[in-house]
Design a protein around this ligand. Sequence first.
Ligand SMILES: NC(=O)c1ccc[n+]([C@@H]2O[C@H](COP(=O)([O-])OP(=O)(O)OC[C@H]3O[C@@H](n4cnc5c(N)ncnc54)[C@H](OP(=O)(O)O)[C@@H]3O)[C@@H](O)[C@H]2O)c1
Length: 299
Amino acid sequence: MQNRDAGHTPVTVIGLGLMGQALAGAFLRDGHPTTVWNRTAAKAEHLVAQGAKLADSVGEAVAASPLVVVCVSGYDAVHELLDPLDEVLHGRVLVNLTSGTSEVAGETAAWAARRGGSYLDGAIMAIPQAIGTADAVILYSGPQEAFDLHEPVLRSLGAGTTYLGGDHGLSSLYDVAVLSLMWNILNGFLQGAALLGAAGVDAAAFAPIAKAGIGTVADWVSGYAQQVDDGAYPALDATIDTHLASMEHLIHESEFLGVNAELPKFIKALADRAVADGHGGNGYAAMIEQFRKPVEVRI
Ligand SMILES: NC(=O)c1ccc[n+]([C@@H]2O[C@H](COP(=O)([O-])OP(=O)(O)OC[C@H]3O[C@@H](n4cnc5c(N)ncnc54)[C@H](OP(=O)(O)O)[C@@H]3O)[C@@H](O)[C@H]2O)c1
């Protein structure tokens, strides 16, 4: 059921850090009566100047709106703020855009249910400056009725408003999956920049080639995803054996130029294990088998 009066739905935003301020600002720009609360009240000043109402307490903030968005630094802070409220959540939809993990999302959903509230867990895939624009992707998971009811309001936060399903943990899971992607891409770029830098090449000169390389790899993702889902990894381009030879070049170059070879060696160690498991003749997607099993990590 959609909220016919979505254009005027009051919204509460709890937590006015860099992200919370952006969220409240986007609701205000779309004309939603917006109540805000923050531990440090001074951060609400410019929002109040734009028409937000500053609540005196968290309880008053929650009671002000049928849709309550919380975005603070962690789930501990969420519980510190909301646990003492008892019944105030009853009949409201709580949307938690605080970053976390699927486990704590599930626990928080159970906690909200005990207080009679509907709970959507969310993950923001955007920086504060992108909130309210076409570039902001925000993921939601939890009861579909709650999402459908408030989707038009949540769209104020970004065109990439995406519902993932009823399992509350999904948005956090997608979030950490994307973080894995981000850090691996950035680490790869920085390894390359360190190598080129050791040879006197600026990172700026590498940047356009790096972007093209990332784009090329991005084009492989759908095909690899199909192989991962099928559990069959025919080598369409190169075998893992062929990749291994190039991995040795990366280690050799790193050591030769005196830059850190830890990451290249780790990448090769994974591929060595895949070969030991009989995947040398398969395509790179067969490496999924190495990622699926836990390994004891010594740091
Ligand atoms: N910034 C980004 O680019 C970005 C992107 C995606 C997701 N996120 C997520 O959004 C969430 C907020 O990030 P942010 O950038 O807004 O962080 P931030 O600027 O550091 O703000 C943190 C917020 O949490 C509040 N807070 C922390 N501990 C608290 C406590 N014990 N009790 C009450 N309030 C408490 C702070 O209140 P005070 O103002 O009183 O300190 C502030 O409102 C995080 O989960 C983050 O991972 C951020």
